[in-house]
Design a protein around this ligand. Structure first.
Ligand code: M6R
Length: 369
């Protein structure tokens, strides 16, 4: 039931705030993270020396975002691997490896096979999944469910923000168990977390119509590029994937630092480029680097659409369009900056008269390898 919305995707984007809130619920106690499903597993988290995330598509991008949090808060090294690549090499894994799978459906065959392979090699497995009782969680040693509610549209949206939420909770949990993060630091992150649903709601309220209008004007666009740094990089990849699958146009995401190593040659007059701008409050250096990337591409005629925090005045004169997100802690920006990109992809698909919920050639759950 679309509940009055024009598409399941529109409904599910509108549910992104609840997806975060519901995934947090019941997992925070007295200013600390307490995940009931992980009770009794402290030894497992103490004994690991590395984490490998396996997933596909949008779920893999959630893993790429979470890498920053697990490394920062839990001080455990993380590799993120596309599940279908993982088992075709000879990965160095064993009992000290925690393989974290991420899957909305819990039925993605590529991810399932990676989990089985990891288990056979003696690794510990933990599943982040949105579907109760699905195959992947059943094959795993531990489960942290995302509570995004059923996702029907082929494009994954609310599950993505729920996955990042669950992974961040897991990062804080592991950090607590290992004593890698101070209690007041955990409390500060929880405070950030609790503000996220309201901030996403604000983006939906203040920016959605404008972004949809903007997508409508861009209906003839044949290629869009996305640039990001740090946690903005996986969001650039996610923005591009959504445009490919929903609007059937060429779209590519890059780490902004790669520009001069090749991709800048793609920039010609009129080329639309979305740029995820990190807050200057967190790192003046990172911010300045991204602003200088904007200058480089703009000098070559790019049409720059910046996604930047409210009050970032430095971006305004440099970009053709600025989509605003509320202020958030450095690791929490992706949960906000992805929202305008989801809206844009949905808007462009609608403007082109395409089926937003059922893009051609794709299935919601990919149960073949
Ligand atoms: O069910 P899963 O999370 O395992 O699915 C993984 C990918 O197939 C999925 O995220 C896909 O990339 C989406 N259609 C992207 O919007």
């Amino acid at each position: 039931d679309k509940g009055g919305w024009s598409s399941f995707m529109a409904k599910e984007v509108s549910e992104e705030p609840e997806a975060v809130a519901n995934t947090l619920r019941g997992r925070i106690r007295d200013g600390a993270v307490a995940i009931p499903e992980l009770e009794g597993l402290d030894d497992l988290f103490r004994d690991i020396s590395r984490v490998i995330v396996v997933a596909c598509g949008t779920a893999a991008y959630a893993g790429m975002v979470a890498k920053y949090a697990v490394e920062q808060w839990a001080r455990v090294p993380v590799d993120v691997e596309l599940a279908h690549e993982f088992r075709y090499r000879d990965p160095v894994i064993g009992p000290d490896t925690l393989v974290v799978s991420i899957s909305q459906s819990g039925e993605t065959m590529d991810t399932l096979m990676a989990v089985k392979y990891a288990r056979e090699r003696g690794a510990k497995t933990l599943s982040i999944c949105n579907t109760q009782g699905a195959t992947i969680p059943r094959e795993s040693d531990a489960i942290v469910y995302t509570h995004a509610g059923p996702e029907v549209a082929v494009a994954s949206t609310k599950a993505f923000v729920a996955q990042i939420t669950a992974l961040y909770l897991l990062a804080l949990h592991i950090g607590q168990v290992r004593g890698a993060i101070a209690p007041d630091e955990v409390a500060a992150q929880i405070e950030e977390f609790e503000a996220v649903p309201g901030k996403i709601r604000r983006i939906l309220e203040t920016e959605q119509e404008r972004i949809e209008q903007f997508a409508y004007w861009m209906a003839d666009t044949r290629s869009v590029l996305f640039l990001g740094r740090h946690v903005g990089y996986p969001i650039a990849l996610e923005g591009a994937l959504k445009l490919k699958e929903l609007a059937y146009i060429h779209a590519e995401g890059f780490a902004a630092g790669e520009l001069k190593h090749g991709p800048i040659a793609l920039i010609e007059p009129g080329q639309p480029v979305f740029v995820l701008v990190p807050s200057p409050r967190h790192s003046a250096l990172l911010h300045a680097k991204v602003v200088s990337n904007i200058e480089e591409i703009r000098a070559r005629g790019a049409r720059v659409i910046a996604v930047a925090e409210e009050g970032d005045a430095a971006v305004l004169p440099k970009a053709d369009e600025v989509l605003r997100i509320p202020l958030a802690g450095p690791l929490f920006e992706p949960l906000l900056s992805v929202v305008p990109l989801h809206i844009f992809a949905m808007g462009l698909s609608t403007a082109k008269g395409l089926d937003v919920d059922q893009p051609r050639n794709l299935a919601k759950s990919v149960t073949v390898e």
